[in-house]
Design a protein around this ligand. Structure first.
Ligand code: ADP
Ligand code: MG
Length: 323
């Protein structure tokens, strides 16, 4: 007999470890009851993943569970917030217990690893798989990393090696070929992004602006520039290209992928020049690269230049759902 909605919730979502003392009442009632810490702001974000729009319907379900939460934790990281709670709205065309078990394995492994508790949600039947996760975290008032604080003279940094997930996606569409020894690596970068939570927390009081790179570095940096009312000069020779990217694409194509490929979930942020020494000391302890890629300027617009000063041009900045 097929599972009812209620036994499905019980079987897959209720039984997980209740590990947070600030959850007064978790899954099972009409609402969760949560005790936010006194004196902190609640950072709230939500992202939806739709089958065959954001992930291939036949992709590894464990990866889908991981990524659905990871993209939300990445938003909290980009604000300098400490993740705490999540809710999940799941629409499924049918109950596939294998799929659900693997999806939950990916979701709860990341949740437990990052100290996040799933406190509620909704489960519905619909024509295609839609996964919406809302994540909540804490940040002291005035310490959140916003998009609107960049000032001329601030140095621009990016974590990790952007472009790897974009390469995996281009390969899936037959638009690029990944060097065989790196196939597993780049697939992992696409399916299991690691939210830069520790980095976001370390940037409190250091970064003047931050964003997570989900739609391409150039486009997402553009959001900081717009909201801050400034421009930037970015030196493309400084872009941290992974060995996978340089082995698979010619140098300029690799740079273009690093600038426009989506799904990186790295942090791009700006730091006032008097704090860059502090930042670079902090970043030594990070388990990812942290690279200085450019500088904020007063003149609006993003200027991409090569080391010799000549212009580097791009046809498009990044991903746009309606573009
Ligand atoms: P209601 O009818 O009040 O919306 P539901 O029957 O939808 O309640 O849900 C019962 C309980 O299970 C609630 O606590 C709800 O938050 C939780 N829940 C339902 N679906 C999910 C899900 N996909 N993930 C986590 N919790 C869920
Ligand atoms: Mg409901």
């Amino acid at each position: 007999m097929p599972l009812s909605e209620f036994s499905l919730i019980d079987r897959y979502f209720t039984g997980h470890s209740r590990h947070r003392s600030d959850v007064a009442l978790g899954i099972g009632d009409d609402c969760a009851l949560l005790d936010p810490p006194l004196g902190q702001q609640l950072a709230v974000t939500l992202d939806t993943l739709i089958a065959d729009v954001h992930f291939f319907a036949n992709a590894d379900p464990e990866g889908i569970g991981h990524k659905a939460l990871a993209v939300n934790l990445s938003d909290l990281a980009a604000m300098g917030a400490l993740p705490a709670w999540a809710t999940l709205a799941l629409t499924l065309p049918k109950i596939d217990e294998d799929w659900l078990a693997q999806f939950c394995r990916g979701l709860f492994a990341l949740a437990e690893d990052r100290g996040v508790e799933l406190v509620g949600g909704d489960t519905t039947h619909g024509p295609t798989t839609v996964i919406t996760i809302q994540a909540m975290g804490f940040v002291p008032p005035g310490e959140a990393l916003r998009r609107d604080g960049a000032k001329p003279g601030d140095v621009i940094y990016v974590t990790g090696t952007p472009g790897d997930a974009g390469l995996a996606l281009a390969a899936a569409f037959g638009q690029a070929t990944v060097a065989p020894e790196y196939r597993a690596d780049v697939q992992d970068r696409l399916e299991r992004p690691q939210p830069r939570i520790a980095q976001g927390l370390a940037l409190r009081g250091v970064a003047s602006a931050a964003i997570d790179v989900s739609d391409g570095l150039a486009q997402d940096l553009g959001h900081i520039l717009e909201r801050s009312g400034v421009g930037a000069r970015l030196t493309v020779d400084r872009l941290p290209l992974s060995p996978a990217l340089t082995a698979s694409l010619k140098r300029d194509a690799a740079r273009r992928m690093a600038l426009t490929g989506g799904d990186d979930y790295e942090l791009c942020f700006t730091v006032p020049s008097k704090k860059t020494t502090r930042l670079e000391k902090l970043a030594v302890a990070w388990r990812c690269r942290c690279t200085r890629i450019g500088v904020i300027e007063a003149e609006p617009g993003l200027r991409l230049v090569r080391a010799n000063g000549s212009t580097f041009s791009l046809e498009r900045l990044g991903y746009n759902h309606f573009g």
